[in-house]
Design a protein around this ligand. Structure first.
Ligand code: NAP
Length: 293
């Protein structure tokens, strides 16, 4: 019988570590696993138990929460002898919160089905700071019978939890939202570059849009980083590029071309090739700046 007060958190990167801390604050028993164990160790001071394997983290727990880079990392962490699903009780729930796209979701849903555990597809909106503040938006989708059980977990990490229907609906809405984000970053980088190339102070551009219908807070935040040329990571450029690929794959399957997203993706490629992959996604500006090679 699963212990619903215990949760295995697999992946203690920028998002997973912050979510684990909020789960501990909400009174959950958190067992944390990370491929690079040292990165999970600081969570011990917060009250987490750090384990050597995903299976050890999941043994007897009511929930496994995955917050890893991509679908391959998730599949590896839950599958196999040391994988979390080998130890999760039969009535345990897998909350899959990484961004894996539509095909990725299908693949993981099959893994859950083969093992016979409950599977909730629940990617999130929000970045490092909202994760730290427990202010994410959860795009949850999955079996109705585990919604009530899962709700306290999501409430611990989120300001808003949307239940969208059968598993997969969350990942599809996340893709649509990511297209918006990737596009904004691409056009923001080009707009700031245009300002600089034409002798306009790019800060004036941010000032004239601020507070009006054109003035996204996101543009202020990321635009400032571009102007300053400093990119402390909230969401890495390489993961943003991964998300652009997931969007483009889903569009292709649906017979749709997204030339603007393709252009943004190639800006990300250029920035990553120039060594900015682990910096914040605002480093896409490095591929748009007027003085680039
Ligand atoms: P992150 O800080 O780069 O952390 C990535 C995590 O994945 C680390 O725990 C890393 O382990 C692990 N990992 C990578 N490859 C692995 C592999 N092959 N096997 C096992 N573990 C592996 O990323 P993040 O920003 O927390 O993002 C996590 C997920 O949330 C991603 O799907 C991302 O797209 C999504 N997301 C992020 C944001 C954001 O703003 N940051 C917002 C919404 C959604 P190591 O420590 O060993 O490298």
């Amino acid at each position: 019988m699963a212990n619903d007060n215990a949760i295995a958190v697999l992946g203690t990167g920028i998002m997973g570590a912050a979510m684990a801390r909020n789960l501990i604050s909400a009174g959950m028993e958190v067992r944390a696993w990370n491929r690079t164990r040292e990165k999970a160790e600081p969570l011990v001071d917060d009250g987490a138990k750090v384990t050597d394997t995903p299976a050890e983290a999941a043994a007897g727990a009511g929930f496994v929460l995955t917050m890893l880079s991509d679908v391959d990392a998730v599949a590896e962490a839950v599958g196999g002898e040391d994988g979390a699903l080998s130890a999760l009780p039969d009535d345990g729930v897998w909350l899959q919160m990484s961004t894996v796209g539509a095909d990725g979701h299908e693949r993981l849903a099959r893994v859950a089905d083969e093992r016979g555990v409950f599977y909730v597809d629940a990617p999130v909106l929000g970045t490092k700071k909202p994760a730290e503040q427990g202010q994410l938006v959860v795009l949850a989708s999955g079996p109705e019978e585990v919604q009530e059980r899962s709700q306290p977990i999501f409430d611990a990490v989120a300001a808003n939890v949307l239940w969208l229907g059968p598993a997969g609906a969350g990942s599809r809405l996340k893709l649509v939202t990511n297209n918006w984000i990737v596009g904004i970053l691409g056009v923001l980088a080009e707009t700031i570059s245009l300002a600089e190339a034409t002798g306009v102070d790019p800060s004036q551009f941010l000032q004239v849009i601020e507070g009006g219908p054109l003035g996204l807070p996101y543009a202020q935040m990321k635009g400032q980083m571009m102007i300053e040329g400093e990119y402390p990571t909230s969401f890495s450029a390489s993961l943003a590029r991964k998300d652009a690929s997931l969007v483009l794959d889903a569009a292709q399957v649906s017979g749709l071309r997204l030339p603007m997203t393709e252009a943004a993706a190639s800006h990300f490629d250029e920035a990553i090739d120039a060594g900015h992959g682990e910096e914040d996604m605002a480093a896409v500006y490095q591929a748009a700046r007027p003085d680039r090679g």
